[in-house]
Design a binder for this molecule. Structure first.
Ligand code: F3S
Length: 755
């Protein structure tokens, strides 16, 4: 069995005592989010009340999920930890590396050809270390997790930002970087700033053309793409309980688009129905026994303003279908209002060329059945669809059941392409054009979550709009962005005027879910004999070798680059075509800091090689320093390393021989990632000292042998004319993190402790 009922019962056996204790300590009724957070403290029973938005807290997640693109480096690192098995139930899902082009069968074969090396690696590592493996074609990580692993009141982390989807089944589920996942796999705690709490009260009831998707599109309009940052969004009210579980998943999924830490809903009958329908009656029975602990205390929802940091109210009965976009998911247009005008004013192509249904956001049985009810009307009413259709079912279980029930056949009759149960066009894995950079301007509508430029097809001129699956189907049939199915007529093949009726569908399959091969491979009980194969000449995978400690004396280190202004993890380790090398540290290191602006010439990837006096690319110059056995220093501005939590941005400089990163201030996750890789992440005590750094500088650390918590470090900066400046540097290393530095990395220390 894929899920672990004993683990879930263990969580429920602790929950009463821990939540009661937390309520006593906090001194007031608790939200659901607080109940889940306080019942998952690393140290067990709560001992203090945490300050929201301020205190960093160690948690003990119940599960981990990784997708194929991010799992590569995470598992390569885990292999360094010296463990026989993962400490926490973990799964790997192959969904990102599958291109959508011809249709499922051909595309899956192609993916298995071009990425078999990566898939085989992930499969064998999973088998060896007790990790559940979902094969290519098994489904999209977050739909598979919802169907198999998510459970009310649980906490999970995942190496993908839409891990938050599992909030639809009442979890606190958070997207993290690979380094965080590796810590938890290796038996360490997971640290998170105790989030702020936003309450969203849903009144009324969805009906007609309005879908759960419209709720989150409305929330995105209200809060914008940054409005949820650092917060958990907790939904409640009669509108919440009247919605399906997978609909709740859609809403939580797109919480990532407002920057929220995660989103969640209290346990209710829709979740119980979903659990029973997905063969988890024992989880539903266990949840029913503690159900008052799986939702907020009644006082909270009665007086939400007293318990949440912010409260929003949406009346679902008044909510109309929305179309958000282009290029940002928070730009809303209500269907039937202003789209014609907006499109004219902004020069958005009104003609719609594709309607895409799927992604982890909207690929449930309910989504496909409601969209197919619209597609069926096109057939019945003799309408010729104006745009092309593409469908990505969320999982093999959904696909098999939808095929059995004739749902896919309806789309096929409209010449839809049924793509693999995978991410496909949602992550740019859509072979729509030969030369996407020079492809024509056009509009598409999809039921995905993200619609940034180039996201779907690599074409910067594609205007992508986000809508519910049913509205996506209607707009694809009409072929116009400004089509309003509530009022507008279409002309059919007989020249008659016809209208589309409201969508209908099933929350869950009336004949139950069915699947022949769900694509799951359970790991062996004892995987010690399993060989993990990585070819020495592989371009895409490279086994890691432990980093050598940098030592307590660093002298003669050269300045590699003084970065000017914004330097995000994208500037440090670019994505795009480099994604291909995410499992090969030496190859991906060839993009190190190539996006950072050199403060001395305002150019990117153009720095002085102090050994030759010539200028070259950052990775090339750094490789020459490494070759010569010379360490180096990177200097940066404010909020260095903001952006994603990708650990590559710390591992690559470390691999190439950068010893220290000295900046005005850090983005916290990147600072922690530098510490984990055994590097020095330091800040100027006087930020004006940034201006003292010159292009030919050499750095001598004067007191690294006395590296200790709360004690400044001193560096002597020697300029090319022989003059020197002595600079004080601050750091935030605690004793454990200094031990990481001394051992060369956090993983080296774990390995030593396990030896
Ligand atoms: Fe995949 Fe797109 Fe979701 S890339 S995990 S379907 S956001």
């Amino acid at each position: 069995m894929a899920f672990d009922i004993d683990m879930i019962k263990g969580v429920y056996s602790n929950i009463e005592e821990r939540v009661d204790k937390a309520r006593e300590i906090v001194g007031k009724p608790l939200t659901l989010s607080e109940k889940i957070l306080y019942s998952h403290l690393w140290d067990g029973n709560p001992t203090k009340a945490y300050v929201r938005g301020k205190d960093y807290v160690d948690f003990a997640p119940d599960r981990i999920a990784c997708q194929d693109a991010t799992a590569q480096m995470a598992l390569l690192q885990f292999m360094q930890a010296g463990k026989d098995k993962v400490a926490v139930p973990t799964t790997v899902h192959c969904d990102h590396l599958i291109q959508a082009k011809e249709g499922a069968a051909t595309d899956l074969r192609h993916a298995n050809d071009v990425s078999s090396e990566v898939f085989n690696f992930l499969e064998s590592v999973s088998n060896k270390y007790g990790i559940g493996f979902w094969k290519p074609g098994a489904g999209i990580i977050h739909q598979v997790v919802l169907e198999n692993y998510a459970f009310p009141g649980g906490m999970m982390i995942g190496t993908d930002s839409h891990t938050v989807n599992a909030g639809g089944l009442g979890m606190v589920a958070v997207g993290v970087g690979g380094a965080d996942a590796v810590d938890v796999m290796a038996g360490m705690a997971w640290e998170l700033k105790f989030p702020k709490l936003i309450g969203v009260k849903l009144t009324g009831k969805l009906s007609g053309w309005t879908a759960p998707k419209d709720v989150i599109l409305k929330v995105a309009e209200i809060l914008t793409v940054k409005g949820g940052t650092g917060a958990i969004v907790e939904y409640f009210g009669p509108g919440a309980t009247s919605m399906s579980c997978t609909g709740k998943g859609t809403i939580c999924n797109m919480g990532a688009e407002i920057g929220a830490t995660t989103s969640t809903f209290g346990y209710d009958e829709s979740m119980e129905r979903y659990l029973r329908s997905t063969d988890r009656a024992d989880v539903a029975d266990a949840a029913n026994k503690v159900k008052e602990y799986l939702t907020a205390d009644p006082e909270v929802y009665a007086n939400p303003e007293q318990y949440f940091d912010q409260v929003i109210e949406i009346n679902l009965s008044e909510l109309g279908p929305l179309l958000n976009g282009p290029f940002t998911p928070d730009l809303s247009t209500e269907v039937g209002k202003d789209m014609t005008k907006k499109a004219q004013e902004n020069d958005w192509p009104i003609k719609v060329e594709w309607g895409l249904i799927g992604s982890c956001t909207n690929s449930s049985y309910e989504d496909l059945s409601r969209a197919s009810s619209i597609a069926q009307q096109a057939l019945d009413k003799k309408l010729k669809t104006k745009a092309e259709f593409g469908i990505n079912p969320g999982s093999e279980q959904v696909r098999y059941t939808a095929e059995r029930d004739g749902i896919l056949e309806v789309f096929e009759k409209l010449d839809a392409k049924i793509f693999t149960n995978a991410c496909g066009p949602c992550i740019g894995q859509w072979a729509r054009y030969k030369d996407p950079k020079n492809a024509p301007k056009n509009s598409i509508v999809h039921s995905f979550n993200r619609n940034f430029a180039k996201r779907a097809d690599g074409n910067p001129n594609t205007h992508a709009f986000v809508a519910s699956p049913e509205l996506t189907a209607a707009i694809a049939i009409a072929g116009r962005l400004d089509f309003n199915p509530l009022t507008d007529k279409l002309i059919n093949e007989d020249g008659e005027e016809v209208m589309l009726d409201e969508p209908t569908g099933w929350e869950l399959p009336p004949k139950g879910f069915e699947v022949k091969d769900n694509g799951y491979l359970a790991p062996e009980e004892d995987g010690s004999h399993v060989q993990v194969e990585v070819k020495p000449d592989s371009e895409r995978l490279q086994l890691l070798t432990p980093f050598e400690p940098l030592g307590d004396s660093i002298t003669g280190a050269k300045l590699l680059i003084k970065a000017f202004g914004k330097c995000t993890t994208d500037h440090i380790s670019m994505a795009g075509p480099w994604l291909r090398f995410r499992g090969h540290l030496d190859n991906i290191a060839n993009n190190t800091l190539i996006g950072a602006v050199n403060a001395f010439n305002q150019k990117t990837n153009f720095v002085k090689n102090q050994l030759t006096g010539e200028y070259g690319g950052v990775p090339d110059v750094q490789r020459e320093y490494k070759e010569a056995g010379i360490k180096s220093v990177v200097v940066g501005d404010h909020n260095y390393g903001e952006g994603s939590s990708r650990e590559h941005a710390a591992m690559q400089p470390r691999h190439l021989g950068v010893a220290a990163v000295i900046v005005k201030s850090f983005a916290r996750i990147h600072e922690t990632n530098l510490k984990k890789q055994g590097m020095l992440g330091l800040t100027f005590d006087n930020e004006n000292d940034y201006d003292l750094i010159e292009e030919d500088d050499t750095f001598n650390f004067l007191d690294l042998d006395q590296f200790a918590p709360d004690k400044q470090l001193t560096v002597e900066v020697v300029h090319s004319d022989g003059t020197k400046d002595t600079i004080k540097l601050n750091h935030t290393y605690n004793a454990a993190q200094i031990a990481w530095y001394k051992e060369g990395s956090a993983l080296n220390l774990i390995k030593k402790q396990n030896a």
